[in-house]
Design a binder for this molecule. Sequence first.
Ligand SMILES: [Zn+2]
Length: 143
Amino acid sequence: MSSAERLGPCPWCGEVPNEDSYALRDGGYKYGGVVCGCGVQGPDVRTDYREWPAWKPAAIAAWNERRAPAEAGAPSGWQPIETAPRDGRPLLLFARSLRAQSPIRLVGWWIYGRGWIEAAFAPNHPTGVEPTHWMPLPEFPKD
Ligand SMILES: [Zn+2]
């Protein structure tokens, strides 16, 4: 893995995150990941309690592996949530907010240690959701 690997664009907002924007998680900061300016957090990688430069290449690789949705060969239609990728990529979910009764369609993703969340209007205050189904998101508009 090359330390020169560059961050790809955010699958949520399309911007490229700042190279030194990251977050630590799991209380003891055993895990961390790249964070985009829009609030989306990349997949967690193990930090082993080291400083950012030591686990930065792994975090960037994990971020870049989280491909944009609607890849060729991706499943289409609603899939049972048990089959959903749990790598932090945003997905279309059929889910119920933990504070609501009725499920709706929303964009959410899996965060290690948090479970399924959505954060459409409050990126810094994600809400837990209980999805039953998922499907890949459509691509960004081309123009
Ligand atoms: Zn973003």
